[in-house]
Design a protein around this ligand. Structure first.
Ligand code: LMR
Length: 392
């Protein structure tokens, strides 16, 4: 029976981690998978997480099961940051559950949409490759539109045309901030229009917020999500703490549902619990418990937010330096200065991407996506010079 299973290609993005690790060159540069790095190239555990883990070790008195919803203290503690401190439950219309990472959040959000009757999901491309894989695995039809124009700005015409065709049987997946892979985000005016269009068409929004705080700030990065939620009766929100708490391998995420009438919320969430039970039963506790301890403690919260500010400032410095360089060979680097988060796309051919890897030890996704946090003040000049050589 098992011989029926054909060999599958390794996930291209995750395969880069191993390729980079195996490269003996001292001056290699990892611009692949999306993890934050310091100016020395390290991905340290947040000091706030270390403090929370110490407290957890000291105070945790049981590891007995919590249930498919996970740590609801964690789920609720995040809500003021995501939905706004003034009315985090939108008058009792929003609640959620813990998931294994943002991927678990997206998976559950889309599975809930499908179970509720959604047949098609719209998404701007390029997008995080796992989005399309999850939709395909769930048997949803994917309809795509252009996320950005060649000029490097959001393609609002493409989005308008897509939403004009979409209807109440459809969902639309939108990146809340720090678009992965382009770094090209919607402006406030764009979000205002998008919110109105989604509401007018009756499409179910699925909002993926995986990089809150890595773009312009925790509040600013929530603008789009909050704007859409204010305009529509129902929505699903997938959230990741993997980046903004540096919890990558601990898999810390959540899914939230917003319903029209608070009386519907328990029924919707009970479907989430059932889907989780059948898939992973219960999410891993440790990371979410650490995040909860941070958010329950004002001093640890400040420590975490300060660390997030340092990360954002460093990424902005890298982006400013790239933009300042102006160009590298045929590649215009100026737009990278105005983009957000960890990622930007460089218009490189597959041959050029391979040449950067084999000849210069520079690792990036096959789409030309770079993780700008992989650049440091020590390697950025080499990167720009090698890019110029390859793209000249
Ligand atoms: C990325 O896009 O690099 C991250 O979201 C990591 C992942 O799971 O793909």
């Amino acid at each position: 029976m098992l011989t029926n299973l054909a060999q599958q290609p390794a996930d291209a993005l995750l395969a880069l981690i191993k390729l980079h690790n195996a490269d003996p060159r001292a001056d290699k540069i990892d611009l692949g998978v999306g993890v934050y790095r310091t100016d020395t190239g390290a991905t340290p555990v947040f000091a706030a997480i270390k403090a929370a883990e110490a407290k957890l070790l000291e105070t945790q008195d049981s590891k007995a099961y919590l249930g498919p919803e996970g740590d609801m203290g964690f789920v609720h503690a995040l809500m003021p940051y995501v939905f706004g401190a003034a009315n985090p439950t939108m008058d009792g219309r929003i609640d959620g559950m813990q998931t294994p990472g943002g991927t678990g959040g997206v998976r559950l959000a889309v599975a809930l949409a499908k179970k509720a009757g959604v047949q098609r999901i719209w998404m701007g491309t390029p997008s995080w490759p796992n989005h399309a894989q999850i939709f395909a695995d769930l048997g949803l039809e994917l309809k795509t539109f252009n996320h950005a124009t060649k000029a490097g700005v959001v393609d609002m015409d493409a989005l308008r045309a897509a939403l004009a065709e979409a209807g109440p049987q459809d969902a639309v997946l939108l990146h809340g901030c720090c678009h992965n892979p382009t770094g090209i985000d919607y402006s406030h005016a764009d979000w205002d229009e998008i919110a109105a269009l989604i509401a007018a068409r009756g499409v179910l929004p699925v909002l993926d917020l995986a990089y809150q705080g890595l773009g312009k700030g925790m509040e600013e990065d929530a603008y789009g999500v909050r704007r859409v939620l204010a305009a529509v009766p129902e929505a699903l929100i997938a959230y990741s703490c993997d980046k903004n708490f540096g919890m990558y391998r601990d898999r810390v995420g959540a899914v939230y549902a917003m319903v029209a009438d608070p009386a519907q919320l328990n029924a919707v969430l009970s479907n989430g619990h059932a889907l989780a039970r059948a898939a992973w039963s219960m999410p891993p506790d440790h990371g979410a418990a650490a995040v909860r301890l941070i958010l329950e403690d004002a001093a640890m919260t400040k420590l975490w937010l300060d660390e997030l500010d340092v990360m954002r400032a460093r990424m902005n410095k890298v982006r400013a330096k790239l933009a300042e360089a102006g160009s590298a060979g045929a590649i215009d680097l100026k737009p990278l200065g105005g983009q957000n988060g960890l990622f930007s796309i460089l218009p490189l051919t597959s041959e050029q991407i391979l040449k950067l890897r084999t000849d210069h030890g520079i690792y990036m996704a096959g789409s030309g996506r770079i993780n700008v946090a992989g650049l440091t003040m020590g390697n950025i000049d080499k990167f720009i010079a090698d890019l110029a050589t390859v793209s000249a």
